[in-house]
Design a protein around this ligand. Sequence first.
Ligand SMILES: [Cu+2]
Length: 113
Amino acid sequence: MKLRLLAILVLLAAALAACMPEPVRVTLTAHDILWDMEEIHVRAGQPVELTLQNHGALDHALRVSALGIDVLLSPGDVEIVTFTIEQPGTIEYICSIPGHDEAGMVGYIIVSD
Ligand SMILES: [Cu+2]
């Protein structure tokens, strides 16, 4: 009886895992003073695992206001943020260190259907 329950649980777990789409992995790197990508292309409903790294000598900070993301990156830092955007559209990201967005640290997440 316990074995059958266990078998059902294993099957359920496998079915659930099959339903969860694999995250798409993207790396965004900060330099002094730019992001290495001005556009990130993802699909609506697709989980995204975004690795952030700072290869500059200055602090940088990724801010995606629409997603409530604000991550400070000291030189050498690596951070991972995950998100899923359900609606197609365009979402802006900037570096929120004062002056850096004006200097060009601005990009867009392009979400397609
Ligand atoms: Cu910056």
